[in-house]
Design a protein around this ligand. Structure first.
Ligand SMILES: Cc1ncc(COP(=O)(O)O)c(C=O)c1O
Length: 418
C-alpha cells in the first residue's frame, strides 16, 4: 500500500499492519515524533552509572550526562549495588570464568545453576525449578511447551507480553483485567471443549501495580477444572510478610500449578525461572526448546543466590521500600494525581492522552526526574501514563524533589485528576 510519509498521521498508525516493513517503520517513527515533537521522548537513554535512585543519564539532544533522580529501575531493594551481591558475582566469575559455554544438556549446567534452582524453589516452599536466561523466555518457552492447539489459555488481558507470546500455538481467550465475572464466563465457555484449560495471571501487574485476587481466581480454576499459572515478577521480594509475593499474601504456596518469575528485578541480575511439580519441571527441561538449545546463564547469576538470601537476612530493605512507597503514593494523591489501584512499588500517574504523557515525561526530565511515559502497545491507547518504580534506596529528598516536579508539570500542562 502506498503512503505519503510526510502526511502520515496517527490514523495511519492504527492501520500499520497494512503496510510493508519499511513503511511500517516510517509510520512508527512518525508516531513517536507525534508524541514528542522535540524528539526528546525518553526512550533508550544512556546511563553511565547503572540503575539506581540516582542515575547519570545522557538525555537525547544534550551533549553531556546529567544526574537525575531515577524512578525507572525495578531493582526494588537496591540489591544490584549491594556489596555482598557484587562480591558473590565477582567470586563466581573468578571461579568459573565469564560464560557457561554450552546449553544445559551438553555441559552448560554448573553447580551455581543447580544451587540457584534449589534456592528459588525453596524460596517458594517447593522443591523443583527450571532456569531460563530471561523472565521473558521463562514465560514464552513454558507456555509454548505446555499448551497446544487442543488447549486454551485464559489470560487476564493485562498479563505480560511474554505470556501472550508463549500462547501463540494455543487458543487464547482474554478477560478484562481482574474481572472475576468475565473470568468465570470464559471458564464456563471453555468447559468440555479443550484438553487443558490454563488461567494465567500476574501477581502484581506491571503497568498498574495492582494485585491479582488470587484466592478468588484459584477458587474459580478449581471449580472449573482449570490449571493456574502466576507470574509474580513484580511481587517477589516486595509483597507479603517475608517477600514471597502474592502467594504469601494469600498463603497459597502449594496451590498453583506454575509459578514463573524473573531474576531481573528484586534479585538484581538477569534470568527467569519456573517453579512447579517435579514431573512438569523434568518435562520442561527436555521439551522447552529455549532451555534445551540455548546456553545457560553466565556465572554472574551466582549473585542471585546471595540476593535471595538477603531478602531474609536483611528485612530492613523491604521495610524501607514500603516506607518510601507509602510516603510517595500519598504525596502524589495529595497533589491530585491519579495513581489508580496500585498496591505495590510500581506507581503509575495516569494521564490518558499519549501526547500529554510524552510531554509530561519530557517536562519531568527538565526538572531532573527520570520516569517512563508508557504508551500503546504497553497499555491501551487511551490509557497512557507516567510509570515509576520505587526503591528501598530512594531518599526522602529525592521523593520530595519528584513530588515538586509533578506539581510543576501539572501547573504547565494539567495532568491531575479533574
Ligand atoms: C510481569 C513480567 N513478567 C516477565 C517479565 C520479563 O522479565 P525479564 O526482564 O527477566 O525478561 C517482566 C519484565 O518486565 C514483567 O514485568
Amino acid at each position: 500500500m502506498e503512503i505519503d510519509f510526510e502526511k502520515a498521521s496517527f490514523k495511519d498508525f492504527e492501520n500499520i499492519k497494512d503496510y510493508d516493513m519499511y513503511a511500517r517503520a516510517a509510520i512508527f517513527n512518525k508516531y513517536l515524533n507525534f508524541l514528542d515533537n522535540k524528539g526528546h521522548l525518553n526512550y533508550r537513554m544512556e546511563s553511565i552509572s547503572g540503575c539506581g535512585p540516582e542515575m547519570d543519564i545522557l538525555i537525547p539532544g544534550k551533549s553531556k550526562h546529567e544526574t537525575l533522580v531515577g524512578l525507572v529501575s525495578n531493582d526494588y531493594l537496591g540489591f544490584t549495588q549491594h556489596p555482598k551481591v557484587k562480591e558473590a558475582v565477582v567470586g563466581a566469575i573468578r571461579k568459573y570464568g565469564t560464560g557457561a559455554g554450552a546449553s544445559p544438556a551438553i555441559g552448560g549446567h554448573f553447580s551455581y545453576h543447580e544451587k540457584l534452582e534449589k534456592k528459588i524453589a525453596s524460596f517458594f516452599r517447593r522443591d523443583n525449578a527450571i532456569l531460563y536466561t530471561t523472565g521473558y523466555t521463562a514465560n514464552s518457552a513454558t507456555f509454548q511447551s505446555l499448551l497446544q492447539k487442543e488447549d486454551i489459555a485464559i489470560l487476564d488481558m493485562a498479563v505480560h507480553a511474554s505470556v501472550y507470546e508463549g500462547c501463540q500455538l494455543t487458543n487464547i481467550k482474554t478477560f478484562l483485567h481482574n474481572n472475576l465475572e468475565l473470568l468465570e464466563r470464559a471458564l464456563g465457555d471453555a468447559k468440555d471443549k479443550y484438553r487443558n484449560k490454563m488461567v494465567i495471571i500476574d501477581g502484581v501487574y506491571s503497568q498498574d501495580g495492582d494485585l491479582a485476587p488470587l484466592d478468588k481466581i484459584l477458587e474459580l480454576t478449581k471449580h472449573y477444572g482449570a490449571y493456574l499459572a502466576i507470574d509474580d515478577a513484580h511481587g517477589t521480594g516486595v509483597i507479603g510478610k517475608t517477600g514471597r509475593g502474592v502467594l504469601e499474601l494469600y498463603d497459597l504456596f502449594g496451590e498453583v500449578d506454575l509459578i514463573t518469575g524473573t531474576f531481573s528485578k528484586t534479585f538484581a541480575s538477569a534470568g527467569g525461572y519456573v517453579v512447579a511439580r517435579p514431573e512438569l519441571i523434568r518435562f520442561l527441561k527436555f521439551q522447552s526448546r529455549q532451555h534445551l538449545f540455548s546456553a545457560t546463564s553466565t556465572p554472574a547469576v551466582a549473585g542471585i543466590i546471595k540476593a535471595i538470601e538477603l531478602v531474609d537476612e536483611e528485612p530492613h530493605w523491604m521495610d524501607k521500600l514500603w516506607q518510601n512507597v507509602n510516603y510517595f503514593k500519598q504525596g502524589l494523591i495529595d497533589i491530585g494525581m491519579d495513581v489508580g489501584n496500585t498496591a505495590s512499588a510500581i506507581i503509575p500517574v495516569k494521564i490518558g492522552d499519549p501526547k500529554k504523557s510524552g510531554e509530561a515525561g519530557r517536562l519531568l526530565l527538565e526538572q531532573g526526574i527520570y520516569t517512563n511515559p508508557i504508551i500503546y502497545p504497553a497499555v491501551a491507547k487511551k490509557n497512557a501514563r507516567i510509570r515509576m518504580s520505587l526503591m528501598a534506596t530512594h531518599t526522602k529528598a529525592q521523593l520530595d524533589k519528584t513530588l515538586n516536579a509533578f506539581e510543576y508539570v501539572d501547573h504547565k500542562i494539567g495532568i491531575s485528576k479533574t
